[in-house]
Write a protein that binds this ligand. Structure first.
Ligand SMILES: Cc1cc2nc3c(=O)[nH]c(=O)nc-3n(C[C@H](O)[C@H](O)[C@H](O)COP(=O)(O)OP(=O)(O)OC[C@H]3O[C@@H](n4cnc5c(N)ncnc54)[C@H](O)[C@@H]3O)c2cc1C
Length: 407
């Protein structure tokens, strides 16, 4: 018989414990939200795969990625964030209550922050699936460089990660052969990395090539490259191959529920809100230009703050604005707009006439646009009339007598 899942309630559930998720956890924890972070593999995410992070502000001594993320984890824990090391297997994010499930638990949350990051892309070459990870194809120089001491390795790709990790590999391997799909001298990495790589005596380059086939008896021993101009096959005998050809977003879990780009990244607005109310997305899983630890951390700060604001506004909206006890009048205006400000006197006049028979709320969109958005207004100023917590009328032509007719 299937075991019943343990149900737990949270203000915010963060899916993914990379730099983005950890930063969001710190901000949510600091805002005293009841926060859970779920991570299926390593706390620290992709940042733990890199040997040195030399571009994260405030850390001038090229720390390992995990040194930075371990500090983030400690900070989040100190702020009361709970951690679970398990995979999220399903989500239901459309309703007011967000459901996040793991093998044993069901988490019910007011908000969810998706921080599932990305994963390395593979080449799709023949027989690649037979040699992944411990059978000869790696995606992590930090993890596997030492095991390749005095060996010959092939690196596929010429972006920043490929060339920087390739150079790191030269500290261990006897030779690093790099397959580059472009013409001689053209690489996708930054100019400094390119010049350093070209000058590195342990590195050589096979230009105009892509991976065609992987071969070996149980373990990879040959990468067969193909010249994209001549179709010539070039077998390279090697001990291991490292693929650094980009990433794919870890967004499969959310397909069919959340809006995505054609490449399956999640688009967000400046508050990191997705198209679903109460669901935020941050870091490498989102459709963004620069995927780095620093930008992931910035995203987390925004989302961690935005969830706090979202929960507070929702509380006010549900209990005060959409109260059910009396007929309601909600006046939505922008305080920096003269027309909206001037009409406040008429709202006060209506409030006086009806005394305690109606509940009047004023929302200044300059201070709190979120509340106004929830009312689904086309423009402001506007008056919204409610009965038993339901919107009855939205009035955009503001005239005291006209409003009185509806009350
Ligand atoms: C080789 C390499 C070198 C790099 N070098 C640098 C560098 O020098 N400087 C720099 O700034 N950036 C660097 N980066 C990029 C940087 O690591 C990423 O941009 C950053 O880690 C993105 O953070 P993130 O939190 O969005 O995602 P990730 O770090 O990918 O974290 C996402 C986390 O979500 C978890 N997850 C996914 N699905 C689930 C699920 N269903 N349930 C639970 N958990 C889940 C994953 O296990 C993962 O831990 C490098 C990346 C690589 C691969």
């Amino acid at each position: 018989m299937a075991r019943e899942k343990i149900v737990e309630q949270y203000d915010v559930v963060i899916i993914g414990g990379g730099p983005a998720g950890l930063s969001a956890a710190i901000y949510a924890g600091r805002a005293r939200l009841n926060t859970l972070l779920i991570e299926k593999a390593l706390i620290g995410g992709l940042a733990t795969y890199t040997n040195e992070i030399s571009n994260y502000p405030g850390f001038p001594n090229d720390p390992k990625g995990e040194e930075i993320t371990n500090l983030m984890k400690e900070q989040a824990k100190n702020l009361g964030v709970k951690f679970k090391l398990t995979a999220v297997s399903s989500v239901d994010l459309k309703g007011e209550e967000k459901i996040v499930e793991t093998f044993r638990n069901k988490y019910v949350a007011k908000t969810v922050i998706i921080a599932t990051g990305g994963r390395p892309r593979t080449t799709g070459a023949e027989a690649e699936e037979n040699y992944l990870f411990d059978k000869g194809i790696s995606f992590c120089a930090t993890c596997d460089a030492a095991a390749n001491t005095d060996k010959h390795v092939v690196v596929i790709g010429s972006g920043d990660a490929a060339i920087e990790e390739g150079m790191f590999l030269t500290k261990f391997a006897s030779k690093v052969t790099v397959s580059v799909m472009h013409d001689e001298g053209i690489m996708d990495c930054n100019e400094i990395a390119k010049q350093a790589a070209l000058a590195n005596p342990k590195m050589d380059f096979v230009w105009n090539t892509v991976a065609k086939r992987f071969e070996g008896d149980g373990h990879l021993d040959t990468v067969v490259l193909k010249n994209v101009k001549t179709d010539e096959e070039i077998p390279i005998k090697c001990d291991n191959c490292f693929e650094f050809i980009g990433y794919l977003p870890n967004s499969e879990l959310f397909e069919g529920q959340i809006e995505m780009t054609s490449r399956k990244y999640i688009p967000v607005n400046e508050k990191k809100e997705t198209n679903l109310d109460g669901v935020f997305a941050i870091g490498d899983v989102t459709d963004k230009w620069l995927k780095q630890v620093a930008t992931a951390v910035g995203d987390g700060a925004i989302a961690g703050t935005a969830v706090e604001r979202y929960i507070a506004e929702k509380e006010i909206f549900d209990t005060r604005i959409m109260q059910k006890e009396k007929p309601g009048l909600i006046y939505v205006y922008n305080a920096i707009d003269a027309e909206g400000r001037d009409f406040l006197a008429h709202i006060e006049s209506i409030e006086t006439q009806f005394d305690t028979k109606i509940v009047v709320n004023r929302i200044d969109t300059y201070k709190s646009n979120g509340l106004a958005m929830k009312l689904g207004l086309d423009k402001v100023p506007a008056v919204v009339l409610t009965k038993e917590g339901t919107i009855m009328h939205k009035l955009y032509e503001l005239n005291e007598e006209e409003i009185l007719k509806y009350l």
